[in-house]
Design a protein around this ligand. Structure first.
Ligand code: SIN
Ligand code: MN
Length: 212
């Protein structure tokens, strides 16, 4: 793992680094993982996950939903944040225990506007991309992993930069901030059956973002 200069000011001290992304392995203990899972079950009930289309019209293998003022959305018109679930309902609020993770790790008072919930089953993956649909890249993106382990790949800020990867396990947190805020990143694959946290198996990933 590559070392970075320092954690962002106010942030918790990382356990490891991956190309400048701060990693917090095991940030959530098993009881906290279960509590977070249970809050997320209510979000999923209120705002059922769907498969967005890429801007090329292909359905993504990852199913998604969101909580917060805004949810992330994609179709042939491109990638963007919208204030409604496709059903027309407002997104449910971001659960308090999830906000508590954000505040504890980032050290920020400002709340995130969006908690994107990604649901990976079987062969779902996410290609290398940058998170750049937000207005101000000075705000970090915080990722929380629950359920099956996933191979997380991180490069630099140019698509062709060399990449490194590591397995993210249930309860791990990652912070993309500072120079790594715009790092290319993706999920190569999950390891189905590696966790019993989610009743139907698979992996849930939360990414918390300040949008406006
Ligand atoms: C994302 O980049 O939106 C998700 C990353 C992950 O699933 O860990
Ligand atoms: Mn991303």
């Amino acid at each position: 793992m590559t070392n970075a200069s320092a954690p962002p000011r106010g942030a918790a001290r990382p356990g490891a680094w991956l190309n400048g992304v701060a990693l917090y392995p095991g940030w959530l203990d098993p009881a906290a993982q279960q509590a977070t899972r249970d809050c997320l079950a209510r979000v999923i009930e209120a705002a059922p996950p769907f498969s967005p289309e890429t801007r090329f019209g292909k359905p993504m293998s990852v199913r998604m939903t969101s909580a917060g003022r805004f949810g992330w959305y994609s179709d042939r018109r491109g990638y963007r944040y919208v204030d409604r679930h496709p059903s027309g309902s407002a997104w449910p609020p971001i659960p308090q225990p999830v906000l508590a993770i954000w505040h504890a790790v980032t050290g920020l008072d400002r709340e995130p506007d969006c908690c994107l919930v990604n649901l990976y089953r079987d062969r779902a993956r996410m290609g290398l991309h940058q998170d750049r649909d937000e207005a101000d890249f000075d705000w970090p993106v915080l990722s929380v992993s629950l359920g099956d382990s996933a191979l997380f790949r991180v490069g630099g800020t140019a698509r062709g930069d060399p990449t490194r990867s590591t397995w993210l396990h249930s309860g791990d947190v990652a912070l993309m901030a500072g120079p790594a805020r715009l790092a290319f990143h993706g999920i190569d694959r999950i390891r189905p059956g590696s966790s019993t946290l989610l009743p139907q198996g698979g992996r849930l990933n939360l990414t918390l973002r300040v949008v406006t």
